[in-house]
Design a binder for this molecule. Structure first.
Ligand code: SUG
Length: 448
């Protein structure tokens, strides 16, 4: 069956700022309080989408969420008109207002876990929305994520969108950031690798410094919901020592596509056994590009986001790697990448400036959700979200009109900002043909 991998990137929302909300994500906490540029952030993301679309990759767009989340401030007791709620929160709990204004839904690798139809029991593409329960600012994303995905993947004959798992540490789920699908052909059954940081009900060595966000129990629940067989799933524990070094998701230390796994030597517990199980469940043919610690240390990998790159099928068994600009700045990392190119192990390295997102710990791979689709399934996707020259130009204008080029924590209480956000999102839902998906549009509480 003719199938391919599409990338659905999150459009950066107008309240992108540096709130320092993600303990364990060293970029997020390290850049707290800096002035952000939401306009540049959104344009940087759009430029990446356009560059990949121009290379022939199918590129979709996922909408941002409504922030500040006034509905979430009401949930914790703030009352009055919307501007009154913002003002009261800014005075009584500025950190809370910042938390509930995070534009973190831009990192759509954390929106959901996706299993293509070739792997699932009922032959549909399954999505499980991530609960992101480990961080408060991210735990409020799931209801809107479900609404957005259902507005795009609405055809029930082809797609199933499951609600987030229970909001409990036993089921900590961070979506596709800890999930990689391997295959020989996108349209044939593949092998899905689920990487977890800890087992909630005992039995694993846990990181000591930073939290392990993904549990084995959550990964197993997702596999059950998607109807994946044991032959098509591999579970691997992330090395707790690298979580303590700032690897808060597996996609900060490993990336895979088709039959290629590009990862650091210290990524997993019992790493050789993981390779072996993957290879044998794939029926052989797994290619591992393992980066030795002697050439790139874990700290350099975290700082450069080498592994948060997009590994892209370049045809004829070759791969491209889309890396952030920060990789060029680390001499060891850049030397390693150049050697990979020279040796022909990677056909081409593409470099993107994503500084605004990177400063909150989000590289190229964080910004996209991968969905392998057949042509028939692609036709069933809401057609208005596919990026082409026209949509790119329209969204660029939309950002230029509605986004600020400076935003700090003190700006979040400005009632004018809320108005700007709602005006922008209202227009966006028309551009992308999404209907009324936001609480301010349908008068909902935002909770479901
Ligand atoms: O969850 N940062 C995100 C970055 C997510 C990156 N995603 C992947 N690796 N797939 C996080 O830590 C920071 C927001 C702030 O601090 O304001 C933040 O949420």
């Amino acid at each position: 069956m003719n199938a391919f991998e599409a990338n659905f990137d999150g459009l950066v929302g107008p309240t992108h700022h540096y709130g320092g909300h993600s303990f364990g994500n060293v970029a997020s906490t390290g850049n707290a309080g800096q002035l952000a540029n939401p306009k540049a952030a959104a344009l940087q993301g759009l430029a990446k989408m356009k560059a990949l679309a121009d290379l022939g990759y199918r590129q979709g767009v996922l909408p941002p969420q409504e922030r500040p989340a006034v509905w979430a401030l009401r949930q914790v007791g703030f009352v009055g008109t919307d501007p009154e709620v913002l003002l009261a929160a800014a005075q009584a709990a500025p950190q809370l207002l910042s938390t509930l204004s995070s534009a973190s839904s831009m990192w759509t690798a954390n929106a959901a876990t996706v299993s293509p139809s070739a792997d699932t029991a009922d032959g549909r593409v399954h999505f499980t929305v991530a609960n992101l329960q480990n961080k408060y600012h991210r735990s409020i994303e799931h209801a809107q994520t479900a609404r957005s995905l259902r507005a795009i993947f609405s055809n029930a004959a082809h797609f199933a969108v499951h609600d987030a798992l229970p909001m409990h540490p036993a089921f900590g789920d961070e979506g596709a950031a800890n999930h990689t699908r391997f295959c020989h052909d996108y349209g044939a059954a593949g092998v899905e690798l689920f990487v977890y940081g800890r087992r909630h009900w005992g039995g694993t060595t846990e990181p000591q410094r930073y939290p392990a966000r993904q549990t084995l129990e959550a990964s197993e629940a997702v596999a059950r919901l998607h109807g994946l067989s044991a032959e098509c799933t591999v579970y691997a524990q992330q090395n707790p020592a690298v979580i303590d070094a700032g690897v808060f998701h597996n996609d900060v230390i490993a990336v895979g596509n088709r039959n290629v796994l590009f990862c650091h030597q210290q990524a997993f517990v019992e790493q050789q056994a993981v390779y072996h199980e993957l290879d044998s469940k794939m029926g052989g043919g797994l290619t591992v590009i393992e980066v030795p610690t002697a050439e790139v240390g874990v700290e350099d990998a975290v700082r450069s986001y080498l592994f948060n790159s997009q590994l892209l099928d370049a045809g004829n068994g070759r791969m491209r790697l889309a890396v952030p600009e920060e990789c060029r700045k680390q001499s060891a990392v850049w030397a390693y990448l150049q050697a990979l190119e020279r040796q022909g192990r990677i056909a081409e390295v593409l470099v993107f400036d994503l500084k605004q997102s990177m400063q909150n710990g989000g590289g190229p791979a964080c910004l996209r959700l991968r969905v392998a689709l057949t042509e028939a399934e692609a036709t069933a996707v809401n057609p208005k979200v596919w990026l082409n020259d026209e949509l790119h130009a329209r969204l660029t204008d939309w950002v230029e009109i509605h986004y600020r080029d400076r935003l700090g924590v003190a700006d979040l209480a400005d009632p004018q900002l809320l108005l700007e956000v709602r005006t922008a999102l209202d227009e966006l839902t028309r551009i992308l043909g999404l209907g009324s998906i936001y609480p301010f549009q349908y008068g909902g509480t935002g909770l479901s």
